[in-house]
Design a protein around this ligand. Structure first.
Ligand code: ZN
Length: 294
């Protein structure tokens, strides 16, 4: 591993980051690479490894906001039913800790979690940088603000802040969490969900792991995720592994990416109607609150 100069770890601030793997990007980057349904698995920019905390980061893709702003993800809305189930499952976790109050979903997409939270009695709003996704949410009458977090239209004092598959997309995770801490009410909780680069599946799949993708510029494990929370004045309350829901056709398309051509399975239209729960235990969730002295 070669040493890099002038770069610091986004989590612990250490210098002396080492190149873990060179960039495998072979085409010009566009918004499509930042779609949640992007299937360029195993393709990343240059990943740097922090010897202190184990965090992996991609400095050469640290400035990608414009791609999110221009993002249109039609496949994402096709997976709506599965995302509704997913949002409900995550909100079940949240409700164990804070059953009501004001909620903000950071990286709200088309507003699915916001809508489900409203249905459960929360007063929910969201923030989303993609103009196209934000517009989908607004069309459904949801309070989703266009832009990034923190957002000028958000009034602090949230009872719940959710960050579902967001923190691996930002070059300033600790700063983002500090803003969360500053906007949480004293009894409020946050929920962060992110892939776990030290999970068994991630280790088995190595560089081909499906969470290695261009849009993911930071890779956490439990230890450095908790370190990032601690640096932001936050403390874990509960840790677990969220399961996901997929349509069978989505899963088959993705599985085919890993299979040699003769073994690929035909994807048939009926598969779209079949929902498959799946927990590969390669994501982490952490419920957190403000540290007492912060
Ligand atoms: Zn570090």
């Amino acid at each position: 591993m070669s040493e890099t100069k002038g770069r610091n770890c986004w989590v612990c601030g250490s210098s002396g980051l080492k190149v873990d793997r060179p960039s495998s990007i072979k085409e010009e980057i566009g918004s499509r690479h930042f779609a949640i349904t992007d299937s360029h698995y195993g393709v990343t920019g240059t990943l740097l490894h922090c010897p202190q905390c184990g965090f992996l980061q991609c400095d050469d893709l640290a400035n990608v906001l414009r791609f999110y702003e221009a993002l249109e993800d039609h496949d994402y809305t096709e997976g709506r039913e599965q995302r509704i189930l997913q949002a409900r499952r995550l909100l079940e976790i949240v409700r164990r800790h804070v059953p009501r109050g004001r909620l903000v979903d950071i990286g709200a997409g088309s507003g699915i979690l916001v809508e489900q939270a409203n249905a459960l009695g929360y007063e929910a709003e969201g923030v989303e940088p993609s103009r196209w996704l934000c517009q989908r949410a607004v069309e459904r009458g949801l309070k989703v603000h266009l832009g990034t977090y923190p957002h000028q239209d958000l009034r602090p004092g949230f009872d719940v802040v959710t960050l579902v598959d967001v923190i691996e997309h930002v070059p300033n995770p600790v700063e983002l969490l500090r803003h969360v801490a500053s906007q949480l009410s004293d009894h409020g909780i946050g929920l962060v969900v992110t892939p776990d680069v030290k999970s068994i599946v991630a280790r088995l799949m190595g560089p081909k792991w499906w969470h290695f993708r261009i849009a993911h510029i930071g890779y956490f494990d439990r230890r450095n995720l908790e370190l990032a929370l601690d640096s932001a004045g936050l403390a874990p309350v509960a840790v677990g592994r969220p399961g996901w829901y997929f349509s069978l056709d989505y899963l088959m398309v993705r599985a085919n990416c890993y299979l040699p051509r003769p073994f690929r399975v035909p994807v048939l239209s009926f598969m779209r109607r079949i929902t498959v729960p799946l927990n590969l235990r390669d994501s982490l969730y952490v419920v957190f609150k403000k540290k007492p002295n912060s």
